[in-house]
Design a binder for this molecule. Structure first.
Ligand SMILES: NC(=O)c1ccc[n+]([C@@H]2O[C@H](COP(=O)([O-])OP(=O)(O)OC[C@H]3O[C@@H](n4cnc5c(N)ncnc54)[C@H](O)[C@@H]3O)[C@@H](O)[C@H]2O)c1
Length: 320
């Protein structure tokens, strides 16, 4: 018997596609919505609709007859993309998010999960590669990343207001660099782990690859299976404030290159390009609250996750 009907928006994208598979395994009836089909694999959704969620009527159609909504649809990409298109990214995402909130509330949805980002954290706290870990309450006084980050923060607030004013249950999760197979690895929207896996898969032993920035910028990275597990646990919980979801192991981008090169069994020379965007200097997730609220935290190691991701990207780029 079905556990209930849920909607996953952005189901043609990286995290949404994995989440649909996860929820199907759990026994849910799942509707997926996106402006595109999943790129690398058939969807597992019971019903998949191609709809532009910038339009309110399309959000109403997407939300009809479901009890829970996972709102993942967003116009987004890696650092190259989100730093180049502030206006269009902000407009598209604000339209999607405001319309999805209102359509879900009106449709009588019981539980709503919004996917925010570590990009909401103040730039002034992320100027040092040895960054202090970012706690949820560090978000204010706000100084979010231009465009994409400010819109995410605005929507977190919108979710909070909907909960306060209408008693509509909303959860917001702040992702810290999610990676894994079946995600974009080329074309300009890819994130650093996927881009580096692609470059190393295409390189010969001893080759040079281009690394954006000086390689000393730091991040933490969380594997996709942990991400979808965390989303599910959060929507089950009674916690209705923004919560971090990521790993708290901080590494430099150069170290990330070294780990992937080791997995690939190749000697790789790094050529740093200082003209390319590199984002904030350092960013890490403080998981104190995550552990407290969900009694859980991401457990798949970076090496383990990268092994699977590298193998998949290599199989894609080396296709005859
Ligand atoms: N991947 C990460 O590391 C990360 C980090 C922080 C936040 N997030 C957030 O998590 C969510 C999912 O991210 P992802 O990595 O799977 O990205 P993704 O780009 O793979 O997926 C987003 C999906 O939204 C769809 N979309 C865009 N505009 C739409 C529209 N108008 N109507 C319907 N669908 C539309 C896209 O086609 C895409 O398939 C996003 O909200 C993103 O901002 C992701």
């Amino acid at each position: 018997m079905s556990k209930g009907k849920v909607l996953v928006t952005g189901a043609g994208g990286f995290i949404g596609h994995h989440l649909v598979k996860y929820l199907k395994k759990k026994g849910y009836w799942v509707r997926g919505v996106d402006i595109k089909n999943p790129e690398f694999e058939e969807t597992a959704a019971d019903d998949f609709k191609l709809l532009d969620l910038c339009e309110f009527q399309n959000c109403q159609e997407a939300c009809s007859d479901v009890e829970e909504v996972y709102q993942l649809a967003a116009d987004m990409g890696g650092i190259g993309y989100i730093t180049s298109y502030h206006a269009v990214v902000l407009r598209n995402n604000a339209l999607i998010n405001l319309h999805m909130l209102e359509a879900s509330r009106k449709a009588g949805v019981k539980n709503y999960l919004y996917t925010s980002s570590a990009c909401i954290y103040p730039m002034y706290l992320q100027k040092d590669p040895k960054v202090k870990m970012l706690k949820e309450e560090d978000a204010y006084p706000a100084d979010a990343e231009p465009g994409y980050g400010w819109e995410k923060l605005f929507t977190e607030l919108a979710c909070q207001y909907y909960t306060e004013d209408y008693g509509f249950r909303t959860h917001s999760v702040r992702f810290h660099n999610i990676f894994g197979p079946l995600g974009t690895y080329e074309g300009g929207r890819e994130k650093s782990p996927a881009a580096l896996c692609r470059k190393i898969a295409l390189a010969e032993d001893g080759d040079e690859i281009e690394v954006w920035g000086d390689g000393l910028q730091t991040r933490s990275f969380c594997y996709i299976d942990d991400c979808v597990e965390g989303l599910y646990k959060l929507i089950q919980s009674d916690y209705l404030q923004p919560l971090n979801l990521g790993q708290d192991r901080l590494i430099t981008v150069d170290e990330l290159v070294d780990i992937i090169a080791k997995i690939a069994g190749k000697k790789i020379v790094k050529k740093h390009d200082l003209t390319k965007p590199q984002g904030v200097r350092g960013r890490n997730s403080d998981n104190t609250k995550l552990r407290q609220i969900l009694k859980w935290e991401p457990e798949i190691s970076l090496e383990e996750g990268l092994k699977i991701t590298y193998k998949w990207i290599k199989s894609q780029v080396r296709k005859p």
